[in-house]
Design a protein around this ligand. Structure first.
Ligand SMILES: [Zn+2]
Ligand SMILES: [Zn+2]
Length: 293
């Protein structure tokens, strides 16, 4: 029998990486949906006439081939260091986190998370904290390594009330199966221009006066004119106005509710992109965008 062409060379250990990976950083969209995630369960258990087209589509195909199935917005940065090692930085860990691990960590072969950044303290950004021990990295002795979590003091106060067992770092009372997460809580200053470093990568919360952005990721929560004056979310027309002002090289949209049918809106955005000269598309769950970091 011929030797397996992709087997490690003789003498290689199980830890050898074969074939050697191409060193490259990327962004993995773990979720591109709104706080309630899609399909919106209300559209399915109390269906209107006619039924909600997007939420019906959200059930018509398996989620891995269904861009209308959108979990809580969350991004995983796969940061490739110069020596070829990868660090994984997670932005937000919402209430659909377990499903995102099962679906996209497995698919993209992500073994663990090295640090976490929380953008705010809502359920769609923090409720998956209960599962953080599942993705904690381990050292060579298979012991759990402490994971840094970056957040504001405001978010920390809320999490201390809601997850006392995570702040005290002991298993939740009566839960024999769960292990205590080992967390290094790191308070970031409420100054949008003050950078901080997570897993070797510098983050500037809101860079001002930067050059042209390679990639802008922005929310579009509702379609034209559907948003209201009291909403803190952007409608698609407000999002496109912002993109015209900022003029990135490329933009991807996230946070879409069930007003957005993926193919239909992307077709419209393709025409907009040609007329404005800025490529803009809706992102979808599982999308991996390669990028220089
Ligand atoms: Zn719906
Ligand atoms: Zn939120």
């Amino acid at each position: 029998m011929e030797p397996d062409p992709v087997a490690p060379p003789a003498g290689g250990t199980a830890a050898s990486v074969w074939p050697p990976p191409q060193p490259s950083s990327s962004l993995i969209f773990l979720g591109t949906g709104c706080s309630g995630a899609l399909p919106d369960t209300r559209c399915l258990i109390r269906a209107s006439t006619p039924p909600c087209a997007v939420c019906s589509l959200g059930l018509s195909l398996p989620p891995e081939r269904n861009p209308n199935y959108r979990l809580n917005t969350s991004l995983l940065i796969d940061y490739c260091h110069d020596d070829g090692t990868h660090k994984y930085i997670l932005i937000d860990i919402g209430k659909t986190f377990r499903e995102q691990v099962l679906r996209w960590f497995v698919h993209h072969k992500v073994p663990s998370v090295d640090s976490i950044i929380l953008t705010h303290e809502h359920a769609d950004a923090v409720l998956g904290l209960d599962e953080v021990w599942v993705v904690q990295p381990r050292n060579y002795r298979n012991e759990i390594k402490q994971i840094p979590i970056f957040l504001t003091q405001f978010a920390m106060d809320s999490i201390t009330r809601r997850f006392p067992y995570l702040v005290e770092q002991k298993p939740e009372d009566g839960d024999e199966d769960a292990q205590a997460a080992k967390i290094d809580w790191k308070i970031i200053e409420e100054d949008v221009e003050k950078p901080f470093v997570a897993s070797g990568l510098e983050f500037v919360p809101l860079p001002t006066g930067a050059g042209q952005l390679d990639l802008l990721i922005l929310e579009a929560n509702a379609l034209h004119g559907v948003g209201d004056a009291f909403s803190t979310h952007l409608t698609l027309s407000e999002t496109l106005d912002a993109i015209k002002r900022i003029r990135p090289k490329r933009a991807l949209l996230i946070g879409m509710r069930h007003f957005f049918e993926h193919q239909r809106e992307n077709q419209m955005l393709a025409e907009w992109s040609i007329s404005e000269g800025i490529p803009v598309q809706l992102a979808h769950d599982g999308l991996r965008a390669f990028i220089d970091l």
